[in-house]
Design a protein around this ligand. Structure first.
Ligand SMILES: NC(=O)c1ccc[n+]([C@@H]2O[C@H](COP(=O)([O-])OP(=O)(O)OC[C@H]3O[C@@H](n4cnc5c(N)ncnc54)[C@H](O)[C@@H]3O)[C@@H](O)[C@H]2O)c1
Ligand SMILES: N[C@@H](CCO)C(=O)O
Ligand code: NA
Length: 433
């Protein structure tokens, strides 16, 4: 059996997991790959005293790995945008295949990196970057190749889902975030997790591969979970919904919806049961219908599982000098469509609205008439007793699907009524029909 040489850049959570699993399962992996996958160099800022690297040379200079002529596959696990970009482009220039878990890099610099890789005749693989251990890129790029994909919706940030899950049990935000960081789930800058940036990176990649469009991260809409209150979580539950932080990409004739925000989902739907660090991606294809991919979205060995699957794909190419490659986004580069990302005003969604009304006769009728003037149909309405006994009553409304523009105009009018108090809380909702 041929040897294929791998160099690892970055020996943190994912780098450590990759090293350990590659060693533990070496025989199984060799059997699948048809070659021996050998780690011949590791570089990272610091060596780890909790790991035994055996006789694998270690250095603190990651560019040593990409400049080592013996290395066939460079595994980029340092994270971040700029150094990772330089490292990956240097590896490509040196004729090496690249495996990365870095969705920020692919979402922002993927178009440039894929073009460079095509030019050099090498592959760049990024399965671990999207929904961690779940082989969802394999499913979208290969398993669903016969479908026109109409929409993709997913819980694609483990840290955020972990926080929302624990908040339902009444635990404070900051304490749960610290726990997710200690478990190695969070990004170096955890606002990427909490504010939806990390999920938007992954959604950008899913949308590009699902719909056959270039990566357009700069146009993705992101709203985080930091404004979600236990109050709205409880009321959503009473309406039969659960609040999840979703990435949603929908293909419409006019363009693409690309958005990450807290979303009410029916409690009876499978996706509402996805808790903790687990991720799930729902994909709607015209032939297959809805499929859902579920599993660990973060963590050392779970992510390593996806990194190694990509190493195996690249190793097969090296060992067999094979030209058989799946295009980066699953579509031949000249088949990518120039579809624009729609503005948020143009997206379509259902909405949960919480209006603080003054307890006066006729206020409900005024609210209903404003919604109706804007063409918004009400799915359900709930008027709560005033908890503060201060004459202010929460009115909770779930709407049918409308255009966000209609809701924005209606909210402006609702807020300007003398019978309402303060801003209207608005959370988008999906029924996955
Ligand atoms: N942690 C997860 O569960 C997870 C899951 C999926 C994807 N990812 C992605 O995997 C990548 C790595 O994440 P991680 O959680 O392992 O991070 P980490 O911080 O645990 O590990 C990164 C390692 O790279 C080293 N490093 C960074 N820059 C370097 C440089 N310039 N020179 C030398 N060493 C450098 C750091 O010292 C650290 O040891 C990121 O892109 C992340 O988004 C992580
Ligand atoms: N920080 C990311 C890691 C996996 O991409 C998450 O929590 O989902
Ligand atoms: Na994955």
């Amino acid at each position: 059996m041929k040897d294929v040489n791998v160099g690892i850049c970055g020996l943190g959570t994912v780098g450590g997991g990759t090293f350990n699993v590659l060693n533990r399962n070496a025989a199984i992996i060799a059997g699948r790959a048809g070659c021996n996958i050998r780690i011949t160099r590791i570089a990272s800022r610091r060596n780890r005293d909790d790991m035994d690297l055996g006789d694998v040379p270690f250095s603190t200079e990651i560019f040593d790995v990409v400049n080592d002529p013996a290395i066939d596959i460079v595994v980029e696990l340092i994270g971040g945008y700029e150094t990772a970009r330089e490292l990956v482009l240097a590896a490509i220039r040196n004729g090496k295949h690249v495996v990365t878990a870095n969705k920020a890099l692919i979402a922002v610099h993927g178009n440039e990196i894929f073009a460079a890789a095509d030019e050099a005749g090498v592959v760049v693989a990024y399965e671990a970057g999207v929904a961690g251990g779940i082989p969802v890129m394999k499913a979208v790029r290969e398993g669903l190749a016969g479908n026109r994909i109409d929409w993709i919706a997913g819980i694609i940030n483990g840290t955020g889902n972990y926080i929302l899950t624990e908040m339902r049990a009444g635990r404070p935000f900051a304490e749960v975030l610290k726990e997710a960081q200690d478990l190695g789930y969070a990004e170096a800058d955890p606002t990427f997790d909490v504010e939806g940036i990390d999920a938007a990176h992954k959604l950008t990649i899913l949308a590009a591969a699902g719909f056959g469009v270039p990566l357009q991260f700069e146009k993705a809409f992101t709203e985080g979970i930091s404004a979600i209150t236990p109050y709205d979580i409880a009321h959503a539950e009473q309406l039969g919904y659960r609040i999840k932080h979703l990435g949603i990409a929908r293909r419409r004739d006019e363009g693409i919806e690309l958005r990450v925000h807290p979303t009410l989902v029916p409690r009876s739907h499978l996706i509402a049961q996805v808790d903790g660090v687990l991720n799930a991606v729902l994909v709607d294809g015209d032939a297959v219908g809805q499929t859902m991919y579920y599993g660990p979205g973060a963590g050392d060995e779970a992510t390593a599982s996806a990194v190694i699957a990509d190493i195996v794909d690249a190793a097969r190419i090296v060992a067999n000098e094979s030209a058989l490659r799946v295009p980066y986004l699953g579509f031949a580069p000249d088949a990518l469509e120039d579809l624009d990302v729609l503005s948020m005003e143009d997206i379509q969604s259902a909405y949960y609205l919480r209006i603080t009304a003054l307890d006066r006769p006729g206020v409900l009728a005024k609210i209903a008439s404003i919604l109706s003037e804007h063409g918004i149909n009400i799915e359900s309405i709930m008027q709560k007793e005033s908890e503060m006994k201060d004459g202010r009553i929460p009115v909770i409304i779930l709407t049918h699907t409308v255009q966000e523009r209609q809701i924005n105009r209606a909210i402006e009018e609702l807020e300007s009524l003398s019978d309402t108090d303060g801003p209207v809380v608005r959370i988008r909702a999906e029924n996955f029909n």
